[in-house]
Every structure is written in C-alpha cells, then in structure tokens.
Design a protein around this ligand. Structure first.
Ligand SMILES: C[S@@+](CC[C@H](N)C(=O)[O-])C[C@H]1O[C@@H](n2cnc3c(N)ncnc32)[C@H](O)[C@@H]1O
Length: 279
C-alpha cells in the first residue's frame, strides 16, 4: 500500500508507473463473489452499502439467518414476515421512512402451489419448506409457477420503494431457476423491472454454495445445475443513473432496449456499460 497526499505514482503489472489521484493501493476490498452461506455474505453487503445506525426493515425475516453474524445493535432492525402477520406487499411503515429494506421471498416456483401436497420440500425435505416459504398454498386466481415468483418480487419491490427514503437501499436475495424446462434468469427479470420503477441496481453479489447439489431422477441434463444465488443492491433514485434508461425512458416505451438492437437489455450489458465508465 502506498500513499502520499493527493497524487502518487504506482506501477501497473507491466511495471509502467502512472500517476494516481489520492487513495490507496490495496487488495483489502469487498469482493462480488463468495463461496459460503447467506450469513457469511449478508454482513459484507450491509457493511458496504448501509451505514451503522440505519433503520433496516427485514420484511421476510424467516429464521433471521441473514443476521446471525451482524453485530447486535449495529442497526435499528425492524423484523417482519408473513408468518408473523405482515405481508411484504403491504408494510406498516409510512412513505419514505426507512433507510434500508431487506427482501428475500420464496424464490422458486415449487414454493407457490395451489395445494399443500404439491409444495416443494415435503416429507424428508420439510425443513427446506419451513425455511424458504410460509408453508401455505398459494391462493387461487393469481399468477402461477414462475410468474407467481416474479409477482411477489415485483409487488414487494414497489412496496419497498414506497417506504424507502430517497437514496434508500433495497437488498434483494434471489436465485435463478429452470421452470417448465425454460431458463428463467430471475435476477435479470428483477433488475429490469425494478429499474423501470426508479430502483437503480448499484451492486450484485454472487453466493456460491459450499456443497454439491444432488439431483434426483436425472435422465439427460439440459441446463447447468444452479449452485449460486444473488444479493442485489438497489438504490431508490430520482437521478438519471439507471442502467437501462430508467422510468422516464420506460414511459416512452424505450426502456430496457439498447439503441439500435430492438432487443431487451440484459443485466450483463448494463453492468458492462457502467463498468466502462467507472469500476
Ligand atoms: C427464503 S425465506 C427467508 C429467509 C430469511 N431471509 C432468513 O434469513 O431466515 C422466505 C420467507 O418469506 C416469507 N414470506 C412468504 N411470502 C411472504 C409475504 N407475502 N410477505 C412476507 N413474508 C413472506 C416466508 O414466510 C419465509 O419466511
């Protein structure tokens, strides 16, 4: 590490010295990909994006696993869950009153079924169902399968935006899934939708599980088995810094479409264009 006032020189890997304005040279930085559990990664996400003392509403508390390694008292924590009577689509907070919302609803379509017998995680996997859903069947009439997963993310994301103060932070946990033999990149779908509503995707963390998933009744593998999930970090913004053009472009019907292609913009494209400007 080297530093001297506002300007110093440092050598790049080829040994060429260049001038750098202030700052330090270090590898001690928060990284975007981690092998571990949610309880290991969540404190890093908070540490980078949410200042000590902030009011944080975890609206899908579950068993509070995310918070196991966060020092008690570091934040003013408001913990709710459907199991305790609070739906994350109708929060009991006023507009613009919360600094940070944490959202981790059931992320797979198997946890949205009309009958309890068909919910994922029955029998010997009941702990899975207990940890990842409220264990109740989905009401009839609403969207089904993967659309039901997205519906909950989209509606609760809008509700989170309502209660967040300007520049407030929304941390969303999600995982992609193959549904009806179709690849559904849930994290891309969430980013595109949220950015249309003025939630700028500021950061993305990849969590890689430590053990190997077991697949039952495999005949022919069609897709890579997912062993990773995401923490997405959004900022409620009024500024024009949305990677996909944002809400105003959306109103003109041009959101999510890179100029000239006519194709929806992916999260990766958004990240690349931001990366060129600033890492
Ligand atoms: C993946 S688990 C959350 C795990 C949690 N992050 C933890 O660290 O233990 C999903 C949770 O969302 C809750 N849930 C499902 N639908 C909900 C809703 N509409 N509103 C609030 N919570 C909901 C379930 O009861 C379940 O506890």
């Amino acid at each position: 590490m080297q530093q001297n006032g506002t300007l110093f020189t440092e050598a790049d890997p080829e040994g060429v010295r260049r001038r750098v304005a202030g700052g330090v040279t270090t590898s001690d930085v928060v990284l975007s990909a981690h092998v571990g559990g949610n309880a290991d990664v969540f404190p890093l996400v908070l540490g980078l994006h949410v200042p000590r003392g902030a009011t944080v509403a975890d609206v899908t508390w579950g068993k509070g696993v995310f918070w196991e390694k966060v020092p008690r008292g570091k934040y003013k924590l408001l913990a709710t869950d459907l199991k305790t009577g609070t739906d994350c689509r109708a929060l009991p907070y006023g507009d613009g009153t919360i600094d940070c919302v944490v959202l981790d609803p059931p992320y797979m379509e198997g946890l949205f079924r009309r009958s309890k017998e068909h919910l994922a995680g029955g029998g010997s996997h009941s702990a899975f169902r207990e940890n990842y859903s409220n264990g109740e069947p989905t009401e009839g009439g609403g969207p089904k399968w993967h659309a039901a997963v997205l519906d909950l993310y989209f509606k609760s994301g809008l509700e989170a935006k309502r209660v967040l103060r300007p520049e407030g932070v929304l941390i969303v946990k999600c995982q992609d899934e193959v549904s009806a033999n179709r690849q559904r990149l849930t994290h891309v779908e969430i980013i595109n939708e949220y950015e249309r509503h003025g939630l700028y995707c500021k950061d993305l963390f990849v969590v890689v599980r430590t053990n190997r998933p077991v697949v039952s009744r495999l005949k022919k593998q069609e897709h890579a088995r997912k062993n990773h999930s995401y923490f997405l970090v959004f900022v409620k913004t009024t500024k024009k810094r949305l990677s996909s053009g944002g809400a105003s472009a959306s109103a003109r019907g041009t959101a999510s479409r890179p100029a000239g292609t006519g194709r929806p913009r992916t999260a990766a494209q958004g990240a690349t264009s931001r990366g060129r400007a600033k890492r």
